[in-house]
Design a protein around this ligand. Structure first.
Ligand code: ADP
Ligand code: MG
Length: 465
């Protein structure tokens, strides 16, 4: 009973800093199995997870945060061990059996007005922070989007997301719009695709109605322009956008942009627009890693009313690398099985996967799994901070060396997924608790420290391309 309460309190703390979708996927079915007191101030806690996959993932991604929360609740120093164990009486944990996808993310969404507001803002419903899963490939983008939603016009302006098809740029952008509207129903918010924007300007000019166009766009609190690359090469459109952009920013409005490439690589984009975009925050979203695909397969199934078992989601995520194709596959799976969980078996999934060779994109899977050696990362970090390897891995505790070293530990642990001990060994035979501390610190500071984020982004770009 006591343990249940301790764990519930711990989970409540974790809930604050972990996105809803991630929390539901990885932490909601965990519990404390056993506690062993070591002395007055220290104890070892065994945490049960429903599968070894979940245990591994929680250990890899949430070790530091979980430990912090547990330390806070117990007032002790806790060492954590993750084991596979089902919750004995699930009913006692009811509170955490919330569905992966929160069908009613804010009380606001149930009120009649929201649909009208969304429509007016041209926001498609169903894309929120609550159903957006976060992993290393989109963590920075997510943190920036959250920051902008909390403080529109004040944190990063413009905010620019770029990345390949289906990595979640539009989803994240719409989530900001949704959140701002739900916080303030009077906010003037508008979502627009690059192509639409172009058509509207052309028509406004033709119909001599540029005044109303200006009125619509220039007094917004939030303008979301999706796939901005479409306006490149169209002079009148760029000209109008330039003025819209300037007026909006001057009046304290927020602008969010997306594109399939960074501003510097958009051909025929006017220089003055490029430099305006570059004055804000530019973040790339990489293709989803395996864990993210698992989480998203579950979220998308949940949206169609099916609680997809994690084993099945894992099989799908192993074979399909693109999020849009995962959705397509689920449509096909459910149309054949009629959303009947008894019929959704591993065999059925494998059979369907085998039939639809088109869903397999082996090139992308290969690039995702491109073998990267830890030593490559050591070299890139050393180069990036203009430190020698020896210095980076040496004894010095001065900040100009210790911060790069902590970033190195973070990348080895989080991006390469190496065990704590191994990371410690690589960075000059350091203790695993030193690694844990570094990972925790960097993860925590990434969402608030812009220069740290730029450093990590710069290094990742060199390492992962
Ligand atoms: P993009 O605009 O980058 O091409 P979208 O935002 O349209 O991609 O995403 C494609 C699909 O994948 C959408 O259904 C979206 O909800 C889903 N998706 C992408 N990333 C995530 C995520 N992190 N969590 C949940 N769903 C996601
Ligand atoms: Mg898009």
């Amino acid at each position: 009973m006591e343990l249940n309460k301790t764990w519930n309190d711990t989970l409540n703390i974790l809930k604050i800093s972990i996105s809803h979708a991630n929390f539901s996927t990885w932490l909601s079915h965990t519990h404390i199995v056993a506690v062993k007191k070591l002395d007055e101030s220290r104890q070892t806690v065994e945490i049960g997870c429903p599968s070894s996959f979940i245990a591994d993932t929680v250990e890899k991604r949430y070790f530091g945060q979980t430990q912090d929360a547990l330390n806070q609740v117990t007032g002790l120093k806790n060492d954590l061990i993750f084991v596979v164990a089902q919750i004995p009486q699930e009913s006692e944990q009811k509170e955490f059996e919330s569905p992966l996808f929160n069908t009613n993310p804010t009380s606001f969404s149930s009120s009649i007005g929201i649909n009208e507001l969304l429509k007016k803002s041209r926001i498609r419903a169903g894309f929120t922070f609550e159903n957006f899963a976060v992993s290393t490939s989109n963590q920075m983008a997510w943190a920036a989007a959250e920051a902008v939603a909390k403080n529109p016009g004040k944190s990063y302006n413009p905010l620019f997301f770029w990345g390949g098809v289906g990595v979640g740029k539009t989803h994240l952008m719409l989530a900001v719009g949704f959140k701002i509207l739900s916080q303030n129903p009077n906010a003037k918010v508008l979502y627009c695709m690059g192509e639409e924007f172009t058509t509207e300007i052309v028509e406004a000019i033709r119909n001599k109605s540029t005044q109303s166009f200006k009125k619509r766009y220039r007094n917004l609190d939030l303008l979301m322009l999706d796939d901005v690359q479409f306006i490149a090469g169209k002079n009148t459109v760029q000209e109008e956008f330039f003025h819209t952009f300037n007026t909006l920013l001057r009046e304290g409005g927020q602008v969010i942009l997306t594109s399939d490439r960074p501003p510097s690589e958009i051909q025929k984009l006017e220089e003055r627009l490029k430099s305006r975009f570059e004055a804000g925050l530019i973040i790339d979203i990489s293709p989803p890693d395996f864990e993210l695909r698992v989480a998203i397969a579950q979220i998308k199934a949940q949206e169609r009313g099916v609680e997809l078992p994690i084993q099945i989601a894992s099989v799908i995520a192993t074979h399909i690398d693109s999020l849009r194709r995962i959705e397509g596959f689920l449509t096909r799976l459910f149309s054949e099985t009629g959303s009947d969980l008894n019929k959704i078996t591993i065999e059925k999934v494998n059979k369907l996967l085998g039939q639809s060779a088109s869903v397999l994109d082996s090139t992308a899977i290969r690039t995702n799994q491109r073998a990267l050696l830890p030593q490559d990362i050591v070299d890139v970090v050393a180069d990036y901070f203009a430190l020698g390897r020896r210095k980076l891995l040496g004894e010095s505790r001065a900040r100009p060396v210790s911060l790069p070293r902590q970033i190195l530990m973070y990348l080895l642990r989080v991006d390469l997924g190496l065990p704590l001990q191994e990371v410690g060994h690589i960075v000059g035979d350091r203790d695993h608790t030193t690694v844990m501390h570094a990972v925790k610190k960097i993860s925590k500071n990434l969402s608030t420290d812009e220069s740290l984020r730029n450093d990590v982004l710069g290094i990742k770009k060199t390492v992962f391309g």
